[in-house]
Ligand binder design. Structure first.
Ligand SMILES: Cc1ncc(COP(=O)(O)OP(=O)(O)O)c(N)n1
Ligand SMILES: Cc1ncsc1CCOP(=O)(O)O
Ligand SMILES: [Mg+2]
Length: 210
């Protein structure tokens, strides 16, 4: 089963990205999603290669946002795909059965689609407003998670759900009570000074409530 905490990277340059990812790894994060929203260039490849090496050194899981071919080329542990990215079916053909394929969902219908597509986990959100991503889908709030996970239970749908979008330390207990498996965070880890303390606090709240 996947770790309950995924760090989604941030940074406008290769250097900023590497700084942030290194900080997350150094302080105990063991699952990194490299998210570098620039048109593909040599920089993307340079960054991905460096992140792959770092994750190997820290024994962390390394997945790549959007770019299935890059994940294949670098033998990354997997990818995260949105509803308008490459289809999970096509990604599965390229990456094979053993790689992690995460998929985004915003509604119960998306969850049904993602489950039928055989995603390994679902990033369900956004929980609340965030500046990390433009053109956000409708905000779910706690009620949204309760409703979607309630419908999943009624239909006995079992797939790990990760909450995403504007998550802070204060939200985790109530989010976990809705039945999510874990959280995917970007800004919180990137912007916090004392990341070691933060990750301990996050893990305490995540493990206790599962
Ligand atoms: C864990 C997780 N969940 C959701 C997303 C969002 O993916 P997507 O909708 O494709 O948006 P971008 O991140 O590509 O802008 C995610 N990245 N990770
Ligand atoms: C990639 C993504 N998809 C929905 S919200 C989001 C950003 C999550 O980042 P943060 O934790 O900084 O709100
Ligand atoms: Mg995407």
């Amino acid at each position: 089963m996947h770790n309950q905490l995924q760090y989604i990277s941030q940074g406008n340059t290769v250097e900023e990205q590497l700084y942030n990812i290194h900080k997350a790894l150094d302080n105990g994060c063991d699952w990194i999603q490299m998210r570098f929203k620039k048109n593909y260039s040599d920089d993307t490849f340079t960054l991905a290669e460096a992140v792959k090496m770092l994750c190997k050194e820290y024994l962390a899981t390394f997945i790549i946002n959007d770019n299935v071919h890059l994940a294949k080329q670098l033998d990354a542990d997997g990818v995260h795909l949105g509803l308008s990215d490459m289809s999970v079916e096509e990604a599965r053909l390229i990456l094979g059965k053993t790689k992690i394929i995460g998929g985004t969902a915003n509604t119960f219908e998306d969850v049904l689609q993602r489950t039928a597509e055989n995603c390994d986990y679902i990033g369900l959100g956004p929980f609340q407003f965030t500046t990390t991503k433009q053109n956000l889908s409708p905000i779910l709030g706690l009620e949204g998670y309760r409703s979607i996970i309630g419908q999943m239970k009624a239909k006995n749908i079992q797939i790990p759900i990760y909450a995403i979008g504007g998550i802070t330390l204060e939200n985790i207990e109530s989010l976990m009570k809705t039945g999510i498996h874990g959280i995917a965070v970007s800004g919180l880890i990137t912007q916090t000074e004392n990341v070691s303390q933060l990750i301990n606090q996050l893990n305490d709240k995540l493990y206790v409530t599962i």
